[in-house]
Design a protein around this ligand. Structure first.
Ligand SMILES: [Ca+2]
Length: 276
């Protein structure tokens, strides 16, 4: 429940942000979509986020957009919740009746909201295409992501990914191109080819499963990864088996749950718990 005081503070801060957005936009540009940021605007957004979401989070980027198509601007922010510059949340803040609404989604590496706010169906209202983690964080090594598409459905921001098959199809082609580029690069050592293609394969195979093209896409690759000496690949294998979740994959997860590397075993057990 929002207290009256919280509501009033939010409204005041939201007003400040909106005013700063309009005053700092270059003449002739749409302040909502210009992405123009001034220090005062950023400060106002940070105040709003501290007040309504979290004390210790950092604002990576923010934009105004009319996500409902009702002429009212929502404030979309990407936030770093980790203190490690992962920019790992996307949130929507909006005035709602005499209160406010906030929604926070998991995300990964959203430094800019430019690629997130996209009108994917051409109706003039932006959808949100939010990249979220698909594989575990592996330090300097690659991390696979999955893009989830949210859209205002008249009552809520719903996961509308299934309505955008074309977007995933395109992404699949892009990933195939990149994989071909990596695998065809004569200057890359084999270990690096495996490493930088693994995240693209994870996402590509997840798309094929999602689109119903191959229910167990990625299974054979994950079987190879589980034989690798590299624990990062074995952890990725556990995630793929968890996502496929057919009897064969469940069997592989039981093997990985007894892996000599504790982090691999934990990843496999985590997947088994999730699928139960
Ligand atoms: Ca749209």
């Amino acid at each position: 429940m929002q207290t009256r005081n919280q509501r009033l503070r939010f409204q005041a801060l939201f007003g400040l942000v909106a005013a700063a957005a309009i005053s700092s936009a270059a003449p002739g540009t749409d302040p909502q979509l210009s992405g123009a940021t001034s220090d005062s605007q950023r400060e106002a957004v940070e105040g709003l986020v501290r007040e309504s979401i979290d004390e210790d989070t950092r604002v990576c980027d923010f934009r105004f957009a009319d996500l409902k198509g009702n002429g009212v601007q929502e404030l979309v922010v990407s936030l770093d919740f980790s203190g490690r510059d992962f920019c790992n949340r996307v949130a929507i803040l909006s005035l709602e009746g005499n209160g406010y609404q906030k929604l926070v989604w998991p995300a990964w590496n959203v430094r800019s909201l430019e690629g997130v706010l996209r009108d994917l169906d051409g109706d003039g209202i932006p959808e949100l295409a939010v990249p979220e983690p698909l594989s575990d964080y592996e330090g300097a090594r690659c991390m696979a992501t999955w893009t989830r598409i949210y859209r205002w459905d008249g009552g809520a921001y719903a996961d509308a990914s299934r309505s955008f098959r074309r977007v995933y199809d395109q992404r699949r082609e892009e990933l195939d191109d990149r994989i071909r580029g990596i695998e065809g690069d004569p200057n890359l050592p084999a270990s690096e080819i495996e490493e930088s293609s693994s995240c693209r394969y994870m996402e590509r195979d997840a798309i094929e499963r999602f689109l119903g093209l191959r229910a167990n896409a990625g299974f054979e690759r994950a079987q190879r990864w589980m034989e690798s000496v590299d624990p990062a690949l074995r952890r990725k294998a556990a995630i793929v088996f968890g996502e496929i979740n057919d009897p064969a994959s469940q069997g592989r997860l039981r093997v990985l749950a007894a892996d000599r590397d504790a982090t691999v075993a934990a990843a496999a057990r985590g997947q088994m718990r999730e699928q139960r």
